[in-house]
Design a protein around this ligand. Structure first.
Ligand code: BDP
Length: 323
């Protein structure tokens, strides 16, 4: 028996297998929201489309419900390539990529429709590029809609004075703490997963978010008053670890970008449905929706816009000009 030849023959299929493995990639996708939430549903159909289009080279494993940690922790893991993709609120990107804070300013968008026009257009792409071109270690691919954020509290806020001294949870972004403080409250930063028990134990008097989050994260069980301030309208980038991005072929990169943009469109439809059904469910569960005069909230936060907005003066003019 020709020993050398047998060895070679045995080695060949192995080489073949390894070469294939090197192109295949399993993408772990983390989201703080539970299964069935609009973002998660859109992320899953994005993954299914990509697996098909890449002939099985890109596969996806999902970790919804915050099982891999808070958004901040997930971002840190994505930066080192331990998690490949996630969707995060722009609020938590602001402290590390200050350029994105223009979208994080209170009342920077007139309404949700205005925000959608912006993220669908060139300004939206510019902000995604700012994230990708920063030292953040993530490539920002597309936007998901995070609706409009309103205050929810244990005692009703029917006018801005009612907020006085209330401890209100915000995302870990100094601008949001200042926003709540300037409205008369007491802004406290904490992770999403801590809000439920902080509300129950009275560590906080309220928080602020959109109807689907108020419902799905069960915060409504303790906070029964929902004051429609619409002070923040935060879009949410879908990001990929730069380490992962650089492993993809140019064709795969194009595929991923296209699929993420398709997820942006799909999530929007899901979002509108989910928002409407969440409102109904919240009301049925005894949550009072309070319509307020937004002007005092807008006026109270002028200082935040002046302080942070100066550096974005040109972009804010362009945002305002979009009809
Ligand atoms: C929700 C966002 C989510 C944030 C959460 C929060 O979709 O990404 O983590 O708010 O405020 O609306 O922590």
């Amino acid at each position: 028996m020709n020993f050398k030849r047998t060895l070679l023959a045995a080695a060949l299929p192995l080489t073949f297998v390894f070469a294939n493995v090197a192109h295949a990639l399993e993408i772990k996708f983390a989201d703080i929201h539970p299964d069935g939430y609009p973002t998660v549903v859109a992320e899953k159909s994005m993954g299914a489309a990509l697996t098909k289009e890449s002939n099985g080279e890109l596969t996806f494993k999902y970790f919804p419900g915050g099982v891999l940690g808070s958004e901040k922790e997930v971002v840190e893991q994505a930066q080192v390539g331990a998690i490949q993709m996630t969707r995060v609120s722009l609020g938590i990107v602001g402290p590390v990529v200050p350029d994105v804070n223009v979208f994080n300013m209170p009342f920077v968008f007139r309404d949700q429709a205005h925000m959608r026009k912006i993220i669908d257009g060139e300004i939206g792409d510019e902000i995604l590029d700012k994230i990708s071109n920063s030292e953040f270690g993530l490539v920002a691919l597309a936007w998901m809609d995070g609706g409009t954020r309103n205050l929810y509290t244990k005692k009703p806020v029917r006018k801005i004075e009612d907020l006085k001294g209330m401890k209100i949870r915000v995302q870990g972004n100094p601008m949001f703490i200042e926003t709540i403080n300037d409205m008369g409250g007491n802004g406290i930063a904490m992770d999403t997963g801590e809000i439920f028990s902080a509300l129950q134990t009275g560590v906080i008097d309220g928080a602020e978010n959109n109807p689907p989050t108020l419902l799905e994260h069960n915060h409504y069980q303790s906070a029964k008053y929902y004051t429609l301030t619409e002070h923040l309208i935060l879009p949410e980038p879908i990001v990929m670890s730069k380490i992962t991005w650089e492993k993809l072929t140019p064709e795969q990169q194009t595929m991923v970008k296209k699929a993420a943009k398709a997820a942006q469109a799909e999530e929007r439809v899901l979002w509108d449905k989910k928002s409407a059904s969440s409102e109904e469910k919240l009301k049925a569960a005894g949550v009072e929706f309070i319509t307020v005069d937004k002007k005092p909230f807008y006026d109270a936060t002028a200082g935040v816009r002046a302080k942070y907005g100066a550096q974005f003066a040109d972009m804010i003019k362009r945002i305002d000009a979009v009809q």
